[in-house]
Design a protein around this ligand. Structure first.
Ligand SMILES: Cc1cc2nc3c(=O)[nH]c(=O)nc-3n(C[C@H](O)[C@H](O)[C@H](O)COP(=O)(O)O)c2cc1C
Ligand code: SF4
Length: 566
């Protein structure tokens, strides 16, 4: 057996260990790996998960692998190739055993990522494929990159030269210094959620003593709102799912966390995993679901083994059983799969193209069955409120946004990391806490969120104020707003799933014409184009893709007005 299929401490097969891929396709090895991954016969709906295992082990999904996989699940190679082309982390060919992908987040760009990227690319010709990928959720400890799917943090010129040496001397990836792969939690302010380490046995006895409707009532009374972005009332979602007709139901934890600059869910999964699992178990009880799925973004592959091991321990303790079980499904590098219906498509083994809504997942979700999709933090907060009670939950935060909020903070500040503050705290509170350096602009909620300037910083971060998007990017006065807007627009263009024209073609034209504008060349009316993309796109990605340009234009116009008035 290769190191990719050796057992971990828990006795579970280690499918994604740090090893260089085997270059040669080997059907028997693939068969063994997929048996280890699924523990059963696998079928078409498992195809994406199968491709991820094959990609990791062999470095690519070559033509013989495609034929073998298609035959195995009674599909065809066109179907297999459509998936490979959709997901950024899947590929048909690999020229070198090592692939290094730098995170192209604006924060890491501003920390010198491009120079490091160029240096590595020049010095490792033929030894490693070096490329770029969208934010990998490590902007608090960047510049960062993924080598064969594993994160390298705190990159510097010296580290790049050391990596070059490892590659030149053909030192196996498993023998690279362990501390290069260290991922810190960087918890700067731990409130009640980050301090919450429930005892699953006690939690379950408290949970199962209550009727499902009682649990839903508590969540409704608490006023808990979804922490994945939109702030939808969680109790209402669970109630709708419980009431929807269906022979079976699903609970899905959305751990796709693709919004650039956001890394709070990574920290919760590393630091408070039991709280998240308790929240999923609680939802399963409330809506009478038997199946839970934790959809883990491919960038967080390094968490797979720890989560899988903990799930196995939960099963051994009977905290997970035939009444309710949880499994992990991996993403493969596609931001759009964080959108709840694209996520369902991805779990069903297809390309992550968002569905038309309505119907909503609570009625027609996974495999058309009633499904709750909640964010990682929402599940952890739900578990906290069940254990501590509605009054305690509402004791902090605001009337319309009770509870606390985790903020991922990065950029021009002394103390990047995670800050848990009551809902309603202001941007100014956060800037003070993180020791921001001469802040001039603050992006809230990632590229799809809002760009704020000092005039907004006293307002409460709450669903009734400035939406508390979970990420805070701090930019000092030396940062050019154009570069920020361009980076965000390039992100949307890269991540557009291509389904609808305004988003697919519009983001390309927007990017091109921003460059023209910067060079003083003729260009389209950027305001009109960005507005058109936002108003005519099919899903939330396209509907926010024009925002960075609109913010940039608005702030430029405001500056010009100021100058004119001076
Ligand atoms: C393009 C796009 C990406 C998204 N990515 C995420 C994500 O990574 N994590 C998440 O929880 N929600 C994400 N969402 C929101 C989900 O569609 C959904 O509203 C959320 O998971 C519901 O959970 P909540 O009610 O707990 O907030 C995304 C939405 C869009 C449009
Ligand atoms: S808006 Fe963009 S991401 Fe969404 S469906 Fe259309 S092309 Fe795909």
């Amino acid at each position: 057996m290769t190191s990719s299929s050796t057992a971990s401490a828990s006795g579970l097969p280690r499918l994604f260990s740090r090893s260089a891929p085997l270059p040669q396709w080997d059907a028997a090895a693939a068969q063994a790996l997929l048996q280890a991954r699924f523990g059963r016969l696998w079928q078409r709906q498992d195809l994406l998960q199968a491709l991820i295992v094959i990609q990791h082990h062999f470095g690519a999904i070559t033509a013989p692998a495609q034929t073998w996989l298609a035959r195995h699940c009674q599909s065809n190679t066109a179907d297999v190739r459509a998936l490979i082309h959709f997901y950024h982390f899947l590929q048909e060919e690999r020229s070198t055993p090592h692939q290094i992908l730098f995170s192209s987040n604006i924060i890491e760009e501003q920390q010198g990522m491009r120079t490091l990227f160029d240096e590595l690319r020049m010095g490792t010709h033929g030894l490693a494929e070096v490329g770029l990928t969208s934010c990998i959720g490590l902007s608090d400890q960047g510049p960062a990159a993924l080598v064969n799917g594993h994160p390298l943090t705190r990159l510097s010129g010296q580290r790049i030269r050391e990596i070059q040496r490892q590659l030149q001397q053909q030192i196996p990836l498993a023998q690279w210094p362990q501390n290069w792969f260290r991922v810190d939690d960087n918890i700067q302010t731990a409130g009640r959620l980050l301090q919450f380490q429930p005892d699953p046995a006690l939690f379950l006895s408290q949970l199962l003593a209550q009727a499902p409707q009682q649990v839903i009532d508590r969540v409704q009374q608490s006023g808990l709102r979804g922490l994945g972005g939109a702030g939808f009332p969680t109790g209402r979602k669970w109630q709708a799912c419980a009431e929807a007709p269906g022979a079976d139901r699903y609970v899905i934890c959305n751990a796709d966390e693709g919004e650039p600059g956001t890394f709070k869910d990574r920290v919760l999964l590393q630091h408070n995993l039991d709280a998240v699992l308790c929240g999923m178990r609680m939802c399963g009880h409330a809506v009478s679901a038997r199946h839970g799925i934790l959809y883990l973004r491919g960038e967080y592959l390094f968490l797979f083994d720890a989560i899988n091991t903990r799930l196995q321990q939960w099963r051994e303790q009977q905290w997970l059983n035939a009444d309710f079980n949880i499994e992990i499904q991996l993403g493969a590098g596609a931001y759009v799969c964080g959108e709840e219906t694209a996520l369902l498509e991805s779990i069903e083994g297809r390309r992550g193209i968002p569905r038309i809504k309505p119907p909503f997942p609570v009625r027609n979700g996974l495999f058309q069955l009633p499904t709750v999709v909640n964010n990682v933090e929402t599940f952890a907060a739900a578990a906290w409120l069940l254990q501590s009670g509605v009054d305690a939950f509402r004791a902090v935060g605001t009337e319309q946004s009770p509870g606390t909020r985790l903020h991922s903070v990065a950029g021009d500040c002394e103390k990047p990391g995670i800050y848990e503050l009551p809902m309603g705290a202001s941007v100014q509170d956060l800037l003070q806490a993180c020791a921001a350096r001469n802040p001039a602009l603050v992006q809230l909620g990632g590229p799809s969120g809002v760009m704020s300037s000092p005039a907004d910083w006293q307002q409460p971060l709450a669903f009734e104020g400035i939406s508390p998007g979970g990420s805070v990017m701090v930019f000092d006065a030396s940062r050019a707003h154009f570069n920020i807007a361009r980076n965000f627009t390039a992100f949307f263009q890269q991540e557009s799933c291509g389904f609808c024209t305004p988003c697919r073609a519009g983001t390309q034209v927007l990017l091109r014409d921003m460059d023209c504008a910067a060079q003083g060349q003729q260009h389209a009316d950027l305001n009109a184009l960005a507005t058109l993309i936002n108003s005519t796109s099919h899903c939330g990605l396209g509907q926010t893709a024009g925002r960075p340009v609109l913010h940039w234009l608005q702030m430029n116009a405001a500056k010009k007005t100021e100058v004119a008035h001076d």
